[in-house]
Structures are given as C-alpha cells and as structure tokens.
Design a protein around this ligand. Structure first.
Ligand SMILES: Cc1ncc(C[n+]2csc(CCOP(=O)(O)OP(=O)(O)O)c2C)c(N)n1
Length: 639
C-alpha cells in the first residue's frame, strides 16, 4: 500500500467541516480516511477490518446528518475508528486502546459524537428507538441513525428492537451494514436470507431507489389507519422480512460507492416516514489487500507491517489458556462421543475452531446469540449429550435468565467454559470478565470452578466432562499460561475440594484463579519478614471447601481471599461461611481482595490489576495492616 498525499483530512476537525466538500471531494476524503485508519491501526493494533468496511458510509453519514444534534449509533462500536477520526479525535488516535487513551469502542464520556457506548453487539437499534421515541415525546426534530452489522442481526435483541420499532412507527433509520461476515463467516439462516436479497430481483438501480423510497412513503399511511391494518398492508404489499416487521426497506446498495450512498441516504433523510432500513452491502477489510485476503478480514489485529500485512508476534512464543482449553476438550471428546461444543459467534476466540475441524457434527456456532446458546445447550443436555457452552465471561452476562431459569432450576448438566475471566486489557470494561464468579456462585445447583494455572484448567475440563449431576462452570483468563508441564494422565477433581500448595502458620492466603503467582510472591515477602504463610488454591467458589476453610481458621490468625472477580463472589461466600459458623465471633481475622467497585478502564492488564490492588505488593500491605504491623504507614488499595 503506497503512502498517499493528505489533502482534505487535515482540515476536518469536526463533521461540520465536511460541509465545505462537494461529493467528488468526499471520495478523495474517503481514500485519505482509509489510509489514515490503516496507518493508525498498524501502530496501535485494534479492530481494523470492520472500520475499513464503513469508510464511505462514515463519510456519507457525517456529510448528510448534523451530528451531534442528529444521533449516529454504531453497533458494537468496533467499526468506529473512521467516525472517531472525523469527529475531532484524529490527533489522539495513537492512544487508541492504551491507558488514558481513546477507547476501542464508542463511549459516551469520550465524545459528544458518541451517542451510545458499546462493545457488546446488537444494542444499537434498541437504543436508537429509545432515542427516537424520546425525541418525539420532547418534540425535537433530530434524526436517529443506527448502523447494525449482519452478524449483529443474528442476535435476538436486534429483532426485539425491529419488532418494536415497526409497531411504534417513530422515524428511525437503521443501516444494515451487510459485509457477510461476523468475526467468522456469519452463522444462521438470516445470513442466507440477506444473500438472497442481494442476489435476487430486489436489487434496484439508483434512479429506481429514489423512486422506490418516494413511492413507499405514502402520506395516507399516517392518516389514522389502525396500527394492525398498516402493518398487515405492509406485509401484503412487500416482500422482505423487514417490511413484514413494519420497516420500509431500501436496498441493497453498494456501501463503497458514494454515488449510490449519498443520494439514497439524503432521500431517506428527507422522507417523511416511520422506520426505514437501508441495506448497504460492504466488504470487511475493504481497500487493504492483506485484510481482504485474510480469513477473518483483520477483524482484530496486533501492530502490523503495512507493506506485508504481517502482524507483530508476541515476544515470547507462548501458549494461551484458550488453546489449553481447546486441546483438553478435544482430548476428552476423543473418548466421549457425547461431548458437543457450542459457541456464540466466537469459534476462533474460544479455540473451538479446532474442535470444529475434528468434530464438525458435534460443533455448533449459533450466531451472536448467547441466550439461545445457553437454552440450546439445556436441550442438548436433556437428550443425554454433554454440551460445553463456551462463552466469554462478559458475553455470558447476556444469558443470565437462561442460566437461572433453563439450567439451574432444572439442574441440567450443562458445562460452562468461561473464557476471558477477569480483566482483559485493551478492550476495557465492556469486555472485562468481572462478574461471573458472583453471578454464578449464588445459584443453587451450580458448581463453580476457577483455574489457577493450565494444569488445573485441564483437570477442570475433565472434571466438567465427567460430572453429570447438574450445571458446572470453570473460568480461565485471556492471555498466556505459566508454561507448566501438563501430565499425560489427567484425573478429575473431587467436587468442592481445594488444595494446600504450601503449609505455614500465621497467614492463610486463600486464592481462587490465576493471581497465584502474585500470591506466591506476597508469601515470599511476608516469610522474609518472619510471617509464616499458607497458600491454598480454593479451586471451587461453589461448593466451598468448608473443611479446608475451617482448618485454615483454626491454625492461622488471618485468612486473605484473593480472586479475579467482583465483590459478591468467592471471598464473600468465605466471609459468610466464617460468620455463620461463629468463627468470627472470637476475633478471627479475614480480609477479601476482589475487583474494586468501579469499572477499570482499558490499558495494560498488569497495570489494571495493580490498580485493582490484586498484586503481591497490596497483598503484603493488607496482611501487615490486618496484623497491626506498621499500621500508619500503609496505604491499601481496596474498594
Ligand atoms: C454479545 C456479544 N457477543 C459477541 C461479541 C463479539 N463480537 C464482536 S464483533 C462480532 C461480529 C459482529 O459482526 P457484525 O455485526 O456483522 O459486524 P462486523 O464486524 O462485520 O462489522 C462479534 C461476534 C460481541 N461484541 N457481543
């Protein structure tokens, strides 16, 4: 890719500056913007493919609409880099995803042009409809435009929003950004349906579009006919699913051709009508060959060489927890035909792509549909299969009612493999796996495990495969393992049994999860001060190893619990147990370390953990303060 001369982009400090450019100049601006995004992400890493797919769309929207008065809402927000550049953040793009820098997603407190914060998918139309109805009730006259990907259209929430919008009839513009890709190729029948719309006879040339838009906006529709009748009429008169839902459907149009985009969007903007969907066809990674050619279209990348597209490799060749999970599941599945694997649109992120290669019949990508993934797994379990619902902690939040109602109450043996547990670094708070320990360990029937290292993870996969008495979960973080040797013979864990790693006397460090190295370092420091430490790996947040906790309380002065999760999780249960047993009545001391009551912003994951007080230094300080050693000088990080 050759360097290009920047003629227009330097002058764009806000979307208003696009007023100065005519439609031909906008095309040149789009070329510059594409180059700028590639250059930026080559240095910062981040989400590239999706942004390259919406370059022309971003230019067209900011040219035509008057943001921030008009609301432009980007679903997921990972495609918002060109939007950030055109809305006054170009000179901060080098800080993207770094501590105190720009977020990799849209964020309301970052810019007045980010009308809705995102990170999780399929929320834009819901939020947009709320803003449209709010506008109407407040008698305002701004536009609301939501840009939703075809992948995002595999989620139930997208249909809930369209269904509601079609009935409300408030003016709302939804742009369906159809690049025929989720992160992986999109899953589900909707994707085939969109392809049919594109290849079928509905494609109309530009002049017909304008005509179609105008023809489709009969004033008479607004004149008091009953809602039901109107909707019926739309269904009868037009062919697409969107029309059946009460939308005017416009498209498909070429999303990289400003000669198509500009007149159609202008037309829709000026039309006096209810909800409209503009079906825009784009290409993920457009205009950058290495991205266009790659399997996942450079969805998420590390820093890369612009000339070759080669991405920076981590300094140490290392193995991720995800890979260990994937290998272990495959190993268990070799001997057990009942094991099936379920992902919600994250085959490569969860490592299940390898499982799919070996066992295509036993692999299910259900789309961005975590709720369905969970209830679908319930059905599989009822049929005697052993489903591994493999979902990142943050995305599993979506399926909480399904977890309670469909799994826990019916005590179904669904295995939850929870990746990206704890803080995740550059993706920030929308992607942090902070809450699963708390939200799962309060549920009757659940077994909740957390791996402290890769060997433990392998044992937990095996434990989950062997356990059929009810739901069971295990969590593991983003990132690389410690590099331990994995034994060839793996045994299941005894449910609800932790283990002592090192026996001491005064302080018991009761750890759950992969802060174990920090715990060991803290123990070394405390030992050097003459404070003898026991280190225990709790393994289970539920059921608690009550015998272990009782013993620790008998033989030590203080227990400190450590976990990579929010309040209300493992430590809270240990605390309640000690209180319930009356152990705290005698002055026994317990302290809990967990994620503080704040959303820790994106940055380097180790810094984030230090900020949370989940590091050895803070463990040492907490122990000293609890035991009244040098009390005054110690500042402890604690929520
Ligand atoms: C609830 C939820 N599950 C999973 C993800 C992970 N994820 C991020 S982007 C993406 C694909 C989105 O596809 P699409 O909406 O078509 O947008 P594109 O990337 O193609 O622009 C997925 C699955 C997410 N952000 N939110």
């Amino acid at each position: 890719m050759n360097k290009i001369e920047i003629k227009y982009l330097d002058k764009i400090k806000s979307p208003k500056d696009l007023d100065e450019l005519n439609d031909e100049q906008l095309k040149e601006l789009a070329t510059e913007l594409r180059y700028d995004v590639i250059e930026t992400v080559s240095k910062t890493g981040g989400h590239l493919g999706a942004s390259l797919g919406v370059i022309e769309l971003t230019v067209a929207l900011h040219k035509i609409f008057d943001s921030p008065k008009d609301k432009i809402i980007w679903d997921v927000g990972h495609q918002s880099y060109p939007h950030k550049i055109l809305t006054g953040r170009r000179d901060q793009m080098s800080t993207l995803r770094k501590k105190d820098g720009l977020s990799g997603f849209t964020k309301r407190d970052e810019s007045k042009y980010d009308h809705f914060g995102a990170g999780h998918s399929s929320t834009a139309a819901s939020a947009g409809l709320g803003m449209a109805i709010g506008r109407d009730l407040k008698n305002r006259d701004n536009h609301v435009v939501c840009i939703v990907g075809d992948g995002a259209m595999s989620a139930g929430q997208a249909y809930e929003a369209l269904n509601n919008a079609g009935a409300e009839k408030s003016k709302l513009i939804v742009i369906l950004n159809d690049n025929d890709m989720s992160i992986a190729p999109p899953a589900g029948a909707m994707s085939a349906y969109l392809a049919k719309l594109i290849s079928g006879g509905t494609y109309l040339g530009l002049r017909n579009f304008a005509k179609q838009v105008i023809e489709k906006l009969p004033k008479s529709l607004e004149k008091g006919a009953k809602k039901a009748e109107e909707i019926t009429r739309l269904i009868a008169g037009n062919g697409t699913l969107f029309e059946a839902l009460g939308f005017y459907y416009v498209g498909p149009i070429d999303g990289h051709n400003l000669d198509h985009l500009l007149p159609v969007i202008r037309n829709v903007k000026n039309a006096d009508n209810g909800p409209v969907i503009i079906h825009v066809v784009t290409q993920k990674g457009k205009g950058y060959k290495p991205a266009e050619d790659s399997d996942e279209k450079f969805h998420g990348v590390t820093k890369f060489n612009i000339a070759t597209g080669e991405q920076e490799k981590p300094k140490k060749a290392n193995v991720s927890y995800t890979k260990i999970f994937s290998n272990s599941l495959i190993k268990c599945a070799e001997n057990d035909n009942d094991i099936v694997a379920v992902t919600a649109a994250m085959p490569s992120g969860t490592g299940l792509d390898k499982f799919k290669e070996l066992y295509p019949q036993r692999f299910f990508d259900v789309g961005i549909a975590e709720q369905h993934a969970v209830t679908f797994s319930a059905g599989l379990a009822i049929e005697g299969l052993k489903p591994f619902a493999t979902i990142y902690s943050t995305f599993l939040q979506r399926a909480y009612d399904q977890i309670i109602h469909d799994i826990a109450i019916q005590n179904l043996p669904v295995r939850f493999a929870i990746d990206r547990a704890g803080l995740v670094g550059a993706d920030g708070p929308t992607h942090a796996g902070s809450f699963d320990l708390a939200y799962l360990s309060i549920l009757p029937n659940f077994v909740v495990m957390a791996a402290s290292n890769e060997v433990e993870l392998v044992r937990m996969v095996k434990t989950a495969a062997d356990y059929s008495l009810g739901p069971i979960s295990f969590r593991y973080p983003r990132g690389n393992v410690f590099g331990l040797d994995i034994p060839t013979e793996i045994e299941s864990l005894e449910i609800g049994k932790g283990k002592i790693i090192k026996q001491g006397e005064k302080i018991a460090l009761l750890n759950l999860g992969t802060r174990i190295e920090e715990v060991k370092n803290a123990s070394d420091t405390l030992e050097a001060m003459g404070l003898s430490c026991t280190i225990a790996d709790a393994r289970f947040a539920k059921p608690l190893d009550k015998d272990l906790i009782r013993d620790l309380s008998k033989n030590h002065e203080l227990i400190i619990t450590i976990e990579e999760g929010s309040s209300g999780g493992f430590g809270a249960h240990v605390l309640m147990f000690l209180a319930d047993e009356g152990i705290l009545d005698n002055g026994f001391k317990i302290r809990n370390l967990y994620l503080p009551d704040t959303f820790i912003q994106h940055g380097d994951v180790n810094d984030m953990y230090a900020q949370a007080g989940l590091n050895s230094e803070n463990i040492v300080k907490l122990a000293m303060k609890a035991l009244d050693i040098n009390n005054n000088e110690i500042k402890i990080i604690k929520s």
